[in-house]
Design a protein around this ligand. Structure first.
Ligand code: UD1
Ligand code: MG
Length: 457
């Protein structure tokens, strides 16, 4: 039978080496706080409870999470990892097990955690270990020479030269039966080099009481890496992105350079999608079959239907883009925009909170905001919807088959009826009649004999 599981996430550390006013676990990896990655990992195990131990910047950390299923525990002052888990003890079941995770170790895979859970039988202590070329700084796993059984963990600062040579290290991730934790945690002492209550001392207690100590190793070495500095955070970001890119490639997405693709959320792609270099995908982005995203585009919470091409340097946020559209280069599509199929949005065009029906084109230098645009509309270069009167936003309606000449201002609220042609350079303040040419323009005159001013020396 599967035993009950509590998870405790340690996140009270100061993170001094980040040199930041932001608590360490709120620093962002792939678009979300480090702690959010660890909480998501814990949630995949469907535990009975998730307890987060916070200290430095605790209030700020709590505020950053809206999940209601989390138990927040304050640890003040921070007297070590054993002291941290002790603060969570009142929330641990009497039976079942507790898994300890670190809020600043965000890349552990669910598979490695599962192998740790499987390795530790119901009454055993389990430790996730790793073997490193350079084990400096980590707690070392001390094994019995004859039986190879784990007999203790010794911290770097407490280790003698022989122990310092051990390459198997404690990742910090552990699973322990609750019945033992309730007994052991209050008995931890701080008589060590750092005068801290080490969680790792429970290993010796287990050995003394003949409780089996088992271990599992992480599938990949990078899984166990923690964040103590911005250099390490940047390193982990690259590992995360490289892993994500490899999964995309394996699923058939053509990334021109997997080292220059950033996904800060979730990217779902159809077949034969091609993504050029330096694109950033944030939030939830879905690209349909044969979509092509050219270099240097930013897409945030966007759905793009099949065969659409997004040309370089386009920025699209909270929008739905239809099939067979052509966007950019240098297009900006802002929230609440919906483009139907075969729509063209060209260079230096900004579209906000507008719906554009199929086959319509806005190819150059325009601002379209709060607008409803029908089918097969052509909007000339330099057209502006004047949607804001200084206090309120107003709507512009452009019906099917309208042709708007270049350099037109449409002063909202205004309706351009179907089939209208607007002469270039017009300022339209009144609704237009259907199928007629409407223009507002002063007459062109020429003054004969006029001379351009010139400087006299
Ligand atoms: C700890 C382990 C060490 C292991 C290493 C892996 C102990 C005694 N040592 O050492 O064996 O190799 O992690 O990275 O457990 N924390 C609190 N409250 C505290 C102290 C720490 O919440 O009072 C949290 C930190 O925020 C961090 C985690 O616990 O997330 C580990 O703390 P850290 O100070 O980095 O422990 P290490 O000395 O590196
Ligand atoms: Mg550490």
């Amino acid at each position: 039978m599967k035993s009950k599981l509590n998870v405790v996430i340690l996140a009270a550390g100061a993170g001094k080496r980040m040199h930041s006013s932001l608590p360490k676990v709120l620093h962002v990896l792939a678009g979300k706080p480090l702690l959010a990655h660890v909480i998501a990992l814990a949630e995949r195990l469907s535990p009975e409870s998730i307890c987060v131990v916070v200290g430095h910047g605790g209030e700020q950390v709590k505020e950053a999470f809206s999940e209601t299923n989390l138990i927040w525990v304050e640890q003040k002052p921070q007297l070590g990892t054993g002291h941290a888990v002790l603060q969570a003890r009142p929330y641990l079941n009497q039976d079942g097990k507790t898994l300890i995770l670190y809020g600043d170790v965000p890349l552990v895979s669910p598979e490695s955690l599962q192998s740790l859970i499987n390795a530790a039988s119901d009454d055993a202590l389990g430790i996730l270990t790793a073997t490193l070329d350079d084990p400096f700084g980590y707690g070392r796993i001390v094994r019995d020479e004859k039986t190879n059984a784990i007999c203790g963990i010794v911290e770097q600062k407490d280790a003698d030269t022989q122990q310092q040579a051990i390459q198997e290290i404690n990742t910090g991730i552990m699973i322990a039966p609750n019945a033992f934790l309730h007994k052991w945690l209050p008995k931890l002492e701080s008589n060590n080099a750092q005068q801290e209550y080490y969680l790792t001392d429970i290993v010796k207690m287990a050995v003394d009481q003949n409780v089996p100590v088992t271990s599992a190793s992480a599938t990949d070495q990078w899984e166990i890496l923690g964040v103590n500095s911005r250099t390490q955070l940047a390193g982990l970001e690259r590992i995360f992105q490289r892993n994500y890119a490899e999964k995309l490639l394996e699923n058939g997405v053509m990334l021109i350079d997997p080292n220059r693709t950033d996904v800060r959320g979730e990217l779902t792609c159809g077949q034969d999608v091609e993504i050029d270099v330096n694109c950033v995908f944030e939030g939830t982005v879905t690209l349909g079959n044969n979509v092509k995203v050219n270099a240097n585009c930013i897409l945030k919470n966007v759905t793009v239907l099949e065969k659409t091409i997004i040309h370089p340097f386009s920025h699209i946020e909270n929008a739905k883009i239809g099939a067979n559209c052509r966007i950019g280069p240098y297009a900006r599509i802002r929230p609440e925009t919906q483009l139907s199929d075969h729509v063209h949005i060209g260079n230096f065009v900004e579209v906000k909170k507008s719906r554009i029906a199929s086959g319509s084109k806005i190819n150059h230098l325009s601002y379209i905001g709060d607008s409803l645009i029908g089918q097969k509309v052509n909007i000339g270069a330099g057209t502006i919807t004047c949607n804001y009167d200084g206090a309120f936003k107003h709507q512009t309606i452009i019906e099917d088959n309208v042709f708007v000449g270049s350099d037109t201002q449409l002063v909202a609220p205004v309706k351009v009826s179907q089939g209208t042609t607007i002469g270039a350079g017009s300022t339209i303040t009144k609704d237009t009649p259907e199928n007629e040419l409407t223009l507002s323009r002063s007459k062109q005159i020429s003054i004969s004999g006029w001379k351009r001013p010139s400087k006299t020396t």
